[in-house]
Write a protein that binds this ligand. Structure first.
Ligand code: SER
Length: 307
């Protein structure tokens, strides 16, 4: 299956299940708390908080998109098997519509039924593992609903109670609490889905966030005060790395042999070391997409990233 077909399949699956297809927003967001768009949820921040009404604007409480994203935080890891600066994020979203159980069911069905692949294991948020004094303190309730949703699914697949707790459903701490983007915004516990690549290595493919808090790190309050604000409505924010999914589907050991990168890598001379080739391929894509979204090289902010 080509990357183009995978993108299409994702959009069609969620459209079929009542999600409005929304185009990617620009890599340069309106949101002043961030320099670049780092996640699919960013263009929807005000729908999560209820300031804007998705039903009115998109004709549905649920949306789906393929979002251009750029993360400088991963730049030092670019060149390994699966890290990038620029990437595409497949995401389904709900603003006061469905929550944990349905989001998990959709993800499971998409991977196993639509794509015909297996989930290696999933992680869920086990609040108790947050270190004492962590600013995410109000999120410290273990996410039992997600556990139950996955348990139901894996039981139906024939896995035993021992297998859930040992391998299939793993409890994690801070890593399974996502957000906010930039200094403030919606956030919440997550469940992450891992699939094996061709070499049998588990790769994090999909992050499903159960938005239910609003965090404003600027306020400089105590943890509970900062983080105690309920979002008012629950929301679903999911992000699946297209390049990683394509790697699993096309059975390549790294994202750089997929049809998204192989043509770029093929243009580089053989004597260029592999890691350098990968870095060049990543940066060339990132640069092209930044320029398309109007960024010019300069010595500050987003212009500096391009330069
Ligand atoms: N916002 C979450 C992420 O970026 C899920 O989309 O991982």
């Amino acid at each position: 299956m080509t990357s183009k077909e995978i993108r299409q399949k994702f959009l069609e699956y969620f459209e079929k299940h009542g999600h409005a297809v929304v185009p990617s927003s620009s890599l340069v967001p309106d949101d002043p708390s961030v320099l670049l768009t780092t996640a699919g949820m960013q263009q929807f921040k005000q729908y999560f908080t209820g300031e804007l009404d998705a039903e009115k604007d998109f004709g549905s409480k649920n949306t789906v998109s393929v979002q251009k994203s750029f993360r400088t935080s991963d730049i030092d890891e670019v060149g390994d098997e699966n890290h990038l600066t620029f990437f595409e994020m497949l995401g389904n979203f709900s603003f006061g519509g469905y929550f944990q159980e349905k989001a998990i069911k959709y993800a499971y069905e998409f991977i196993t039924k639509e794509m015909g692949f297996e989930i290696d294991y999933v992680t869920i948020f086990d609040g108790a593992k947050l270190p004492e004094g962590d600013w995410r303190k109000t999120g410290t309730v273990p996410d039992q609903q997600s556990y139950e949703a996955w348990r139901k699914i894996f039981s139906a697949e024939g896995f035993s109670e021992t297998e859930f707790s040992k391998h299939k459903i793993r409890r994690e701490g801070v890593d399974n609490f996502w957000g906010p983007t930039g200094s403030e915004g919606p956030c919440g516990p997550t469940t992450e889905i891992y699939m094996k690549n061709i070499d049998g290595k588990p790769i994090e493919i999909w992050n499903i966030v159960f938005n239910q808090y609003y965090c404003d790190k600027n306020k400089n309050l105590t943890f509970l005060e900062t983080f105690g604000e309920d979002l008012g409505q629950v929301g679903i924010d999911t992000g699946m790395g297209l390049e990683r999914l394509v790697m699993v589907v096309q059975g390549t050991p790294t994202i750089f042999e997929t049809d998204l990168f192989a043509p770029i890598i093929a243009l580089l001379p053989d004597e260029v070391p592999v890691r350098v080739k990968r870095i060049l391929a990543d940066h060339v894509r990132g640069i092209a997409f930044l320029i398309v979204d109007g960024v010019e090289p300069s010595n500050k902010e987003v212009g500096y990233i391009l330069r």
